[in-house]
Design a binder for this molecule. Structure first.
Ligand code: PRP
Length: 212
């Protein structure tokens, strides 16, 4: 008899695309896409339980086993390094982590670089590898404001279309790392529910090949 599988979806547009992939792969639960405030949905026949989670919280649910699998951005996995298994690159939610600054910015290597970011670990590691001294300014959003107001010299942030940078007279200087959505699994769940989770991986992999 198969086990129930708990699946954490990132709330929002990415999550809807992700759910559609799951559904197309045979793991459907149509109410998931209903326009309600409900957060949790079950397909009792297939023993699937989906729930909508704030995207940056998906890895926490999976790491602690409240979800067996989930979908999280590589940015979150690199920043928080949760103890999970990363099973599949879903080729969705593609963007990049980049360094950006005001147009014409010149780095003075003699001075400590002030870096504003929501991702202090990713930024810290990037500059540590470059051997560059930095001062991290951790912000929670609207990072683009920091160089404009002189709070920082550069930012390390997600760039998707580039519109936010452009509209704020900033420009990307370097790419830190490419980002995309990943299927992740709880480590012990992956062992206890191996067949069920592997069936999801195989289904999604097939979807990936068909959409290529
Ligand atoms: C993200 C990121 C950039 C923007 C990039 O912000 O922090 O601000 O998207 O997208 P673009 O290149 O397509 O313009 P988000 O919407 O997550 O908000 P926040 O970081 O300000 O909270």
């Amino acid at each position: 008899m198969s086990e129930w599988i708990n699946i954490a979806l990132p709330k929002g547009r990415l999550g809807e695309k992700v759910y559609k992939r799951f559904a197309a792969a045979g793991f459907e639960c149509p109410e998931v896409l209903d326009d309600t405030r409900k957060l949790i949905f079950e397909n009792t026949e297939k023993k699937l339980r989906y729930f909508w989670v704030k995207p940056s919280d998906v890895a926490i649910y999976v790491e602690r086993g409240a979800a067996d699998v989930g979908v999280a951005g590589k940015d979150i996995l690199l920043e928080y390094r949760p103890e999970i298994f990363e099973l599949l690159d879903l080729d969705l939610g593609k963007c990049r982590m980049a360094v950006a600054a005001k147009k014409g910015f010149r780095d003075d290597p003699e001075r400590t670089l002030r870096v504003a970011t929501k991702f202090p670990h990713i930024a810290g590691e990037y500059y540590r590898k470059l051997g560059r001294d930095i001062d991290i300014i951790k912000l929670n959003g609207s990072i683009e404001l920091a160089p404009i107001l002189g709070l920082s010299d550069v930012i390390v942030d997600i760039v998707e279309t580039g519109t936010t940078l452009l509209e704020n007279d900033l420009e990307p200087i370097q790419t830190v790392v490419p980002i995309s959505a990943r299927l992740i699994a709880n480590r012990s769940g992956f062992q206890f529910k191996y067949q069920e989770i592997q069936a999801i991986v195989n289904g999604l992999q097939q979807q990936l090949e068909e959409t290529k």
